[in-house]
Design a protein around this ligand. Structure first.
Ligand code: C5P
Length: 297
């Protein structure tokens, strides 16, 4: 095998609770991750020496700071591999949008190189490396609908996978995850043992009542961090709710704001209305655990 071409999918957070600051400087989270079929392409080509990356997006670094390169280097060291790899990334997932693009690329590189180098580590064997790269990376080894605990890096697949149509509005305001978490610290009142996410998990997900338990605790902090975003979010949210979204929320630390719809025609209407209001917008389907696995094999 000379190389591999893989799809690297985006995620949204269907809900996100911040429980408090941990001793390691990260935050204790409870979140529901959901992969969607919006994706980058990642091409891996064997080369005799060194790890290199090329990406067509101006905000993605073509150097060793790229998380995809760090993933390849970490796996190379771990498995004592001498040969190198050339990584090419075709970007479609908005950068710094709360959709996990960089983390997804890193997990895809780990899964791809495990195959290309015939290491046989599998998802379980890659998990420890994945969590050293970033809190969202382990989720992308798994995909589908999953509960994320601890830093978000302890992930459990949910028995019932969410299905729906996702409309993403991209306000074009890149937000730093670290900065949004810092804002959140200023407002954070330590919680005893909040369980909204657990309520959601324990309900039948198809029952409409379950969705009201979900919210993103980072939303307020993101809107304080980027006041221009606050004005846009108000308008985006109003359209999504009017068109019948089951859930309308910020993804991760933003700035992407999305709506989840049961029916395709409602999603299409929301997409058209947002586009007519001048927003950059795209539509995707949720990607279940099974479909995620099949798409990568
Ligand atoms: O792990 P990752 O590099 O993706 O996280 C980016 C930043 O988000 C971290 O440097 C940290 O400031 C913040 N973060 C956090 N708690 C988490 C996840 C991320 O504080 N559970």
């Amino acid at each position: 095998m000379k190389g591999l071409r893989l799809r690297s999918f985006a995620k949204v957070n269907l809900g996100l609770e911040v429980l408090g600051l941990r001793d390691d400087g990260y935050h204790e989270l409870r979140t529901i991750f959901q992969t969607i079929d919006l994706h980058d392409d990642v091409v891996l080509r064997r080369q005799p020496r060194g790890v290199t990356v090329r990406c067509d997006h101006p905000l993605v670094p073509n150097d060793p700071t790229n998380l995809a390169v760090r993933a390849a280097e970490a796996l190379r060291r771990h498995a004592r591999i001498r040969e190198g790899v050339a990584i090419e990334i075709v970007k479609r997932i908005p950068v710094a949008g709360g959709l996990g693009g960089g983390s997804s690329n890193a997990a895809t590189v780990l899964l791809g190189l495990d195959r290309l180098w015939r290491l046989g580590l599998g998802r379980d064997g890659l998990h420890r490396l994945a969590r050293t790269l970033g809190a969202d990376v382990p989720f992308f080894l798994l995909g589908g609908t999953a509960l994320g605990l601890a830093r978000g890096d302890e992930v459990y697949p949910l028995w019932r996978q969410v299905q729906g149509h996702v409309v993403l509005a991209l306000p074009g305001i890149p937000l730093s995850t670290a900065a949004v978490f810092r804002r959140q610290d200023a407002a954070l009142t330590p919680r005893e043992n909040s369980s909204r996410i657990f309520y959601f998990v324990s309900r039948d997900l198809e029952g409409e009542g379950a969705w009201r338990f979900l919210a993103n605790d980072l939303e307020e902090a993101a809107l304080v961090e980027a006041p221009a975003l606050a004005r846009q979010v108000q308008r985006i949210r109003a359209v999504l709710v009017r068109e019948g979204a089951r859930l309308a929320a910020l993804s991760g630390s933003g700035s992407t704001y999305f709506g989840l719809f049961s029916e395709a025609h409602r999603a299409r209407r929301a997409q058209s209305a947002l586009a007519a209001a001048g927003f950059e917008v795209c539509r995707a389907r949720t990607l279940s655990l099974d479909r995620y696995r099949r798409a990568q094999s």
